[in-house]
Design a binder for this molecule. Structure first.
Ligand SMILES: [Zn+2]
Length: 248
């Protein structure tokens, strides 16, 4: 029997029996972890309130074996709140739908339990913090998170220099298989030709240039979100279900 301690973000909480829940977390050191939380559905459980989706928590796990995985699900035995992001996310429809898509995407990219996904974890914590603060448009926070998630998982897109030959941008022809924009010489059939402003927006979201992203005219948001969604879809076998609820 062993104890493990880690911090993580609660991705999901599913009912188990009368009073318990199975909690899915994306943790800093152990990647995706599923664990049982006993008695959390009783009305007075403070423990249960800390294990709601979007919460950033410090958890102690109890495992029957010497590893965190393998012999049944571990138990959550202690939980401390680091940041209760859910509070300001679930009360706003735009934040809630964007946040839900972020949790689902993070889980998809960290599908293998126990396999560390530190960069994905850090992106999720940063993304939820930004979303909860409400300083930027929720769907822009989501798109920035999606572009960066793709990048840390090996699918970084280029929105300025040609993705094939590296010709300095701006370049106009956007290709999903090529991973970004292409120059006139490298362009392939089936390229999209987005507005230059949309490509500037996407580049800003990827690099974290919020000043440029916030100043972008709303009419380019939708085109940008469409390209991000298509690019994500291209690299994931199944789509992200919660994306369809995000308001643009
Ligand atoms: Zn080129």
């Amino acid at each position: 029997m062993s104890l493990f301690r880690d911090d993580g973000v609660v991705l999901r909480a599913q009912k188990l029996g009368e009073a318990d829940r199975i909690i899915t977390l994306l943790t800093r050191q152990h990647g995706k972890v599923r664990a049982v939380a006993r008695g959390v559905r009783k009305t007075k459980s403070k423990f249960g309130a800390r294990l709601e989706p979007f919460s950033h928590v410090d958890v102690q796990f109890f495992s029957r074996g010497s590893e965190l995985f393998g012999r049944g699900l571990p138990l959550c035995t202690q939980v401390e709140t680091i940041a209760p992001y859910g509070g300001s996310i679930v009360t706003d429809y735009g934040r809630y739908t964007a946040g839900t898509a972020m949790l689902e995407t993070a889980e998809r990219f960290a599908e293998n339990e126990g396999e560390p996904a530190v960069q994905q974890y850090l992106l999720l914590v940063g993304g939820l913090r930004t979303l909860a603060a409400g300083v930027h448009e929720s769907h822009l926070v989501l798109d920035a998170f999606l572009l960066r998630s793709l990048a840390v998982n090996g699918y970084g897109a280029s929105f300025t220099d040609c993705a094939k030959c590296g010709l300095e941008g701006p370049n106009r022809f956007f290709s999903l298989p090529a991973g970004g924009v292409l120059c006139g010489d490298c362009r392939v059939p089936g390229c999209a030709v987005p507005s230059p402003e949309t490509l500037v927006l996407l580049g800003a979201l990827l690099s974290g240039d919020w000043q440029t992203a916030d100043a972008c005219e709303p009419r380019y948001w939708r085109e940008g979100s469409g390209l991000v969604a298509a690019y994500l879809q291209w690299h994931l076998e199944r789509g992200i279900r919660s994306m369809r609820y995000v308001e643009k």
